[in-house]
Design a protein around this ligand. Structure first.
Ligand code: SF4
Ligand code: SF4
Length: 369
């Protein structure tokens, strides 16, 4: 079982689109240890540190490493560590430890929109603060992904931000997702701006591939992958609470991050374990709505993601209209990119999407160049 540990509900930022309820509630070491015991009996388990801002619970992360070492000695279970952070509290000492642990640190950073959307509690922009940390992050973890949240007001800054991530900062793995949730609304005009940004990003992606530059743009990759394999990664891997649990700071268990704190979706706690009746009831809600059943895009769309649905419609069974419109934009652009590179027999594209040995071979190539 994989775990997402919500170490704390506290955060040092006040991002404009943030929907997390903040408080000073922080996980105890005892709750953390009980949570990690839930990973058994699998051979491998992924542990993600999440918040609020997880680096406010830095001592808990170190505690988790020590506990996982102890479990590993007893069981041979292998742990993979991930963290999503706003980056403001990263430092050399932590990054050295993260490197020793081969931890994946995903940096939430909005590029040219950072100062407008991601601010301190005092209302100050955080661009300079985070930009200072990026060279240090990539020096220790060159494959660290950057995750940009795109708000409607800043949609026009997406393509130039991604270009900067790649060409100025040196990121290779980039994710970008629209902000959804309470108080956020995408108008037709906003979606038109976003569509144009996706077209520009598509052109950049094609150019970088023609240059042989290894840049991974997550949302495009997943739609291309779903076209090739006939089903989306989301649909293949997610079954609310079957493979991964979200653990709240108080030790309550939920099927995914979007549900944390909602009593209707609580499915046990770290002391008593998973409430199987609650899990069965919650998983029964993950049925596609009728309109998706006849849609030609359903195999490549995230309509079955209960997390996205809850965020965009309030109901895990129903995909919000804005999310549906966005999935259509993304798939159309991924198809244009995929067709262009496939027809052009682009070597990097064909290896990345059709050669199963590519991840390993690519890593070896990077090590010797
Ligand atoms: S850094 Fe994350 S948790 Fe903190 S305010 Fe921003 S989006 Fe919310
Ligand atoms: S594109 Fe819209 S209608 Fe089609 S499967 Fe996705 S959410 Fe459903």
């Amino acid at each position: 079982m994989d775990l997402t540990l919500h170490l704390t509900e506290a955060c040092n930022l006040r991002c404009r689109y943030c929907y997390h309820q903040k408080s000073s509630k922080t996980m105890t070491a005892e709750t953390l240890r009980s949570a990690l015991a839930l990973t058994g009996p699998s051979d491998r388990a992924a542990v993600s540190f999440f918040g609020g801002e997880p680096l406010l619970g830095r001592s808990l992360i170190l505690e988790a490493f020590a506990e996982c070492d102890r479990i590993r000695r007893d069981t041979s279970r292998h742990f993979m560590f991930q963290m999503t952070t706003n980056g403001t509290l990263l430092d050399e000492e932590f990054l050295q430890i993260a490197r020793e642990r081969s931890m994946i640190i995903a940096l939430s950073y909005d590029g040219l929109a950072q100062d407008r959307n991601r601010r301190t509690a005092g209302g100050e922009g955080t661009a300079a603060l985070v930009e200072d940390k990026i060279p240090l992050l990539l020096q220790h973890l060159p494959y660290a992904p950057v995750m940009m949240t795109v708000s409607p007001a800043c949609a026009g800054l997406l393509a130039d931000s991604v270009r900067r991530f790649v060409e100025a900062d040196g990121f290779r793995y980039i994710l970008f997702n629209p902000a959804f949730g309470p108080g956020i609304s995408w108008t037709e005009t906003d979606l038109t701006v976003l569509a144009e940004q996706y077209r520009r990003l598509g052109d950049l992606y094609i150019t970088w591939h023609r240059q042989g530059r290894k840049v991974w743009l997550g949302p495009f990759e997943s739609k291309i992958d779903a076209h090739i394999h006939g089903v989306s990664v989301c649909a293949r891997s997610c079954a609310l609470g079957s493979h991964r649990l979200s653990v709240a700071a108080d030790g309550s268990l939920y099927p995914c991050v979007q549900f944390v704190g909602d009593p209707a979706y609580r499915m046990g706690d770290v002391r008593s374990g998973v409430d199987e009746a609650a899990r069965t009831r919650i998983q029964a809600t993950q049925r596609p709505q009728a309109v998706c059943g006849t849609c030609a895009l359903r195999g490549r769309c995230r309509h079955s993601c209960g997390c996205l649905n809850k965020l965009t419609s309030g109901d895990p069974r129903v995909t919000g209209g804005e999310a549906c419109a966005h999935e259509r934009l993304l798939i159309a652009q991924a198809d244009r990119i995929g067709e262009t590179l496939y027809r052009g027999k682009n070597r990097l594209f064909l290896r990345r999407h059709y050669d199963e040995t590519y991840p390993l071979v690519s890593l070896l190539e990077d090590l010797i160049t």
